[in-house]
Design a protein around this ligand. Structure first.
Ligand code: FBP
Length: 564
């Protein structure tokens, strides 16, 4: 049960703006773009998805007016929270009711496990009115269970047939939408009428491609982190005594870190993809931070802010190799994880595993602090990934930089004082009140999902495009889930998965960042964007992410002025 604050009450009453085209909802029909992507896809994808391989990209256009039958549609939240999820459900609900007031929406409880265990609830207007435009996934809960075994697929089939579902919306990231593609194929093979539709959700911003401009939740998370980073920058400038090492969520890709750097202008920002491209070692990174601290100390500046993407550690080539070796060793089917768990002493765990690594990985592992060594040995997530959110890279860097500075002090090349504060921002950005952008984007995504189910289209992801234009001019369509697939190693095996998008080092947002960042090292050109605005002028309330703006507009430099 939630107690609504007065701001939440005002948000419940907020009416998201809709793209103009959705105003003719009852008259919209799909228009397919003839194209053959079979040749571009890896062979296992073509073979595994024989029933959905021929799907075409589509958009919706006004067409013949039809009568609409009542539809039953199930929804599930899969994976980490992202602001705007409740608006996907609101958009779906409102669109379905408009198409036919007899339509019903069912929510599967606590993630995909709710499908397997057939636990659901009907979402009525009365229930939904307490969740519109609010953050979190608490209406029905979320979870990370993966539907993968034959029994689980069968259980899912039974659950959707039991509720006579015409559609099932999977609101998730790359892994969850990969699951959606498999479910769509499976349901078709079993002659089941339930259409599976994916919704691009993740604060990480890595579910992004030709058809998906951004995943929902990214904007709210980045604005929330940028607000806090902005406050830290001002605090830093006031007390002038700390170096803040701020790790930002985002799993592998550094999209969040890039967006926050563009919003706030910290002294130093690492972008994982650049580290990988430049083949930087952990020592190089430590040296880069240490050099900056020494330079600033010469100017009597013993403070500053450093942004570190959550996935940095995985991009450092020697650490990446180490993680890959550990992943293979610790894949749940193998006995090493059990051996490690059985040893109570940290040093015994480390001693056991280190002998199993290659010589370069042994060297790399030995460079890390014991805390980080243990964090790298922890269990994997259900998809076999290292849980990077749990690796305290910010503390590792502080420890290594402290050692390096102590060395430099001895040689007289560093004269300052180093006092560091580790911070990690992640969970606080996932369930907060969605920005207007996310509220509107999600509401539209839900509408498009309703149109897809109404048109009996399965294995598609709902798409809303042209997001840098005013909401009224946004476009709507859908892209086949399999079109986004590639092959990746999971739990030690090559599997078809929807590709994660990494920061494009040739793209405009990164170019603008690299053009500006050198100035930020010594000059304190800090920018404090303040909290998300919900009421007031549209240029303050409806701002889109800067990376999105730079990618799709003509900007060649930062779009707001510095405070100096
Ligand atoms: P999704 O990919 O499911 O959207 O989750 C993203 C994320 O918030 C990552 O940024 C983070 O690494 C991870 O979830 C944390 O997972 P958990 O919620 O299980 O701690």
């Amino acid at each position: 049960m939630r107690i609504h604050s007065s701001l939440q009450k005002r948000r419940l009453a907020y009416l998201p703006r809709l793209p103009e085209i959705l105003r003719s909802l009852t008259r919209l029909v799909p228009l397919f773009e003839a194209e053959n992507h079979e040749n571009e896809l890896p062979l296992p994808v073509v073979q595994l998805f024989s029933k959905t391989i021929d799907q075409q990209l589509l958009r919706f256009v006004e067409g013949e007016n039809k009568t609409h039958r009542p539809l039953n549609v199930g929804v599930v939240f899969s994976g980490g929270q992202a602001s705007g999820g409740h608006n996907v459900i609101s958009g779906l609900f409102d669109a379905l009711k408009l198409l036919n007031p007899e339509s019903k929406v069912f929510g599967f409880l606590n993630g995909p496990a709710g499908i397997i265990n057939n636990q659901s609830m009907e979402i009525t207007a009365e229930i939904l009115k307490n969740f519109r435009n609010l953050g979190g996934f608490d209406l029905i809960g979320s979870g990370r269970t993966k539907i993968e075994s034959p029994d689980q697929f069968q259980a899912a089939l039974k659950a959707v047939q039991g509720l006579h579902l015409d559609g099932l919306l999977i609101i998730g990231g790359d892994d969850s939408n990969t699951n959606a593609a498999f479910l769509a194929e499976y349901f078709l093979a079993k002659g089941c009428k339930t259409c599976v539709v994916g919704i691009p959700k993740t604060i990480d911003g890595d579910l992004k491609n030709e058809s998906i401009e951004v995943s929902f939740g990214f904007d709210t998370a980045c604005k929330t982190f940028s607000q806090t980073i902005g406050s830290i920058l001002t605090d830093c400038l006031s007390a002038k005594k700390y170096y803040f090492f701020i790790k930002l969520m985002g799993r592998s890709a550094s999209h969040i870190t890039l967006e926050c750097a563009l919003q706030t202008h910290p002294n130093l920002t690492f972008i994982g993809e650049e580290i990988a491209a430049q083949q930087k070692t952990l020592k190089d990174i430590v040296r880069q931070i240490t050099d900056m601290i020494c330079l600033r100390a010469e100017k009597k500046k013993n403070y500053g802010v450093i942004l570190i993407p959550e996935g940095l550690i995985e991009f450092i080539p020697e650490v990446k190799t180490l993680i890959q070796e550990l992943n293979t060793l610790l894949a749940s089917s193998l006995p090493h994880l059990k051996e490690i768990e059985a040893r109570p002493k940290a040093s015994d765990k480390i001693e056991y595993i280190i002998k199993k690594l290659s010589i370069p990985s042994q060297e790399c592992f030995s460079l890390l602090t014991q805390d980080i060594q243990l964090q790298l040995l922890m269990g994997r997530d259900p998809h076999g990934n290292v849980q990077v959110a749990k690796i305290e890279t910010e503390r590792l860097l502080i420890a290594l930089v402290s050692q390096a500075l102590a060395q430099r002090k001895k040689t007289g090349t560093y004269v300052g004082n180093f006092s560091a504060q580790p911070l990690f921002y992640g969970y606080e950005g996932r369930s907060c009140l969605p920005s207007n952008f996310d509220s509107q984007y999600c509401y539209a995504l839900g509408h498009v999902a309703a149109l897809l189910v109404n048109a009996k289209l399965t294995g598609y992801m709902s798409c809303v495009t042209d997001l840098s234009l005013p909401v009224e001019q946004w476009g709507i369509g859908a892209t086949p889930l399999i079109k986004m697939m590639g092959m990746e190693e999971r739990n030690g095996e090559l599997k078809p998965v929807i590709q994660k998008s990494l920061v494009n080092l040739q793209g405009k947002p990164f170019a603008i960042f690299s053009q500006e960042r050198d100035k930020w090292i010594l000059e304190d050109l800090y920018c404090d964007p303040g909290p998300i605005q919900f009421f007031g002028a549209r240029d303050e309330t409806d701002q889109i992410p800067l990376t999105l703006e730079y990618e799709y507009s003509r900007h060649t430099h930062l779009s707001f002025s510095h405070t100096s």
